[in-house]
Design a binder for this molecule. Structure first.
Ligand SMILES: [Zn+2]
Length: 484
């Protein structure tokens, strides 16, 4: 009699701490056992392959609504297809508040859209752009209690950005409700001032996007975000760290015992500002914020990854088409850099790029790779140990990975709705050959087999990692957290 529904046989299992030969027994969509010689009703041969936990991408913009009633070109179904094609089975996307609006109904609309389209399991970060009393007092506690354990704020971008007073209100609201706060750290006024000067000097081509926001504007906002979070005693994750000097701020905070975490993204490990210097409008494809930097900064980021200061690599997938009139050209070809949408697609290319640049090039080992792309994001955002683990009890989200396959990245391989990838033509080593999501084959040899709407919402309960430290200036608690 077969004990398991499925056995993944003969592969090398990689967890966040070790790599070892084992079969994986799956029952009822979950991992039931790891061991030798397991028997199941079905089996999947993983000989010569690595067996990794499904990728967990905790920064992924899918089907985000725009004020005019439109939404992102990348929907939940196409974004999920790309995720699965690249070895990712869980995504945390966004529910975005419009200024002047409430949050509850907006979140309900995102939940409906994801329930129709998603093929990966998912949760949301709630973006707060207008922390009025009504939102902070009446809505946020219930939203957090419904399983949305993370809020996202922007310190730049009109009209999304928060000033320091508003940011403090969100930090305090998160502390009272028990949620993590993720922060986009750049100094809005500094960027606006420099942008105006660049455009007045006739420097408007895509490459000047990088000139408008040098590392110092990111470092300053990172420092300020950490200082205000320390004042409130509220844990934060700094999103998309692009340079060594911003990472240094995080390292200093951690050395002082603060709960501050840092994320980076493949675009900061692979692209540089020089990519925006391509002829014509081509450079627009590489515009994202913060801006890609230099090869030296890339090595600094790898150093910060090895130190553990940057412990998550997510995609910040934010796709805008190049050829269409809604994407990068929405304000016309030749629009000044200020008016070109910010963001690059990357949910499908994330694992291959980090594996190739990290493991294949000897910068990190296999367990470290798994920690960066699956285990740490799952832990930080309250999805552990259901997601990000290859262990009994976890969901059977598994990637069968060929560590020596050499692939030339093309847009078609990535299965997203966007008409380009900034990594077109790049040679990578390592590629996913099959993906299981809750024990079902969801991708094989690049073919996506899951159905739209088959992804599940992941409600996130309270968890220890994001409990405040209890260290308060003068012992006065201005925003008491919920009781244990
Ligand atoms: Zn983002």
């Amino acid at each position: 009699m077969s004990e398991y529904d499925l056995v993944v046989r003969g592969g090398t299992v990689v967890t966040g701490t070790a790599a070892f030969r084992a079969d994986v027994g799956v029952r009822g969509g979950r991992i039931a056992a790891l061991g030798e010689g397991l028997e199941g009703r079905r089996s999947l041969d993983a000989g010569g392959l690595l067996v990794l936990p499904g990728g967990v991408d905790t920064h992924c913009h899918l089907e985000q609504l725009q004020p005019g009633g439109t939404c992102d070109e990348e929907g939940f179904a196409t974004g999920s297809a790309s995720a699965l094609a690249g070895g990712t089975t869980t995504a945390v996307t966004f529910s975005a508040q419009f200024k002047g609006h409430r949050i509850r109904e907006t979140l309900a609309e995102y939940r409906r859209r994801a329930a129709r389209g998603a093929m990966v399991d998912y949760s949301f970060h709630q973006i707060v752009t207008d922390p009025t009393d009504a939102v902070v007092r009446e809505e946020l506690p219930g939203i957090v209690a419904s399983g949305i354990r993370s809020l996202k704020v922007f310190l730049t971008y009109d009209p999304l950005h928060l000033d320091d007073g508003q940011f403090l209100r969100v930090l305090a609201a998160a502390r009272r409700a028990g949620a993590l706060v993720a922060v986009h750290c750049e100094n809005r006024d500094a960027i606006a001032w420099r942008t105006e000067a660049l455009l007045a000097a006739g420097l408007a081509a895509p490459r000047y996007h990088a000139w408008s926001r040098p590392p110092v504007v990111e470092r300053e906002a990172t420092h300020r975000a950490i200082a205000l979070a320390e004042l409130v005693d509220q844990p934060i994750q700094v999103f998309h760290v692009s340079c060594g000097e911003a990472a240094e701020e995080i390292a200093r905070a951690r050395a002082r015992g603060l709960k501050v975490w840092g994320e980076t993204c493949p675009q900061y490990l692979v692209l540089t500002a020089a990519d925006m210097d391509r002829p014509g409008f081509e450079g627009a494809k590489f515009i994202c914020s913060p801006s890609p930097r230099t090869a030296e900064e890339q090595e600094r980021l790898w150093g910060m990854i090895r130190r553990g200061t940057l412990d998550v690599v997510s995609s910040d997938h934010s796709g805008y088409s190049y050829g269409g009139d809604r994407g990068k050209r929405v304000n016309g070809e030749g629009a000044p850099f200020r008016d070109i949408p910010n963001g690059v697609p990357g949910v499908g290319s994330r694992l291959p790029l980090v594996f190739s640049e990290g493991v294949a090039k000897g910068r990190i080992d296999l367990p470290h790779f798994v920690r960066l792309v699956a285990e740490n994001p799952a832990k930080l955002f309250g999805l552990w140990p259901r997601k990000g683990a290859v262990a009994p009890g976890a969901d059977a989200d598994l990637v069968l990975w060929d560590p020596s396959r050499r692939v030339t990245v093309t847009n078609a391989l990535l299965r997203h709705a966007i008409d380009h990838t900034p990594y077109e033509g790049m040679e990578v080593t390592g590629w996913p050959v099959a993906v299981l999501r809750r024990g079902e084959l969801a991708m094989r040899d690049g073919e996506v087999l899951a159905e739209p709407g088959s992804g599940e919402f992941l409600p996130r309960g309270p968890y220890d990692l994001i409990r405040p430290t209890g260290r308060l200036a003068d012992g006065f608690d201005a925003a008491p957290p919920p009781p244990d």
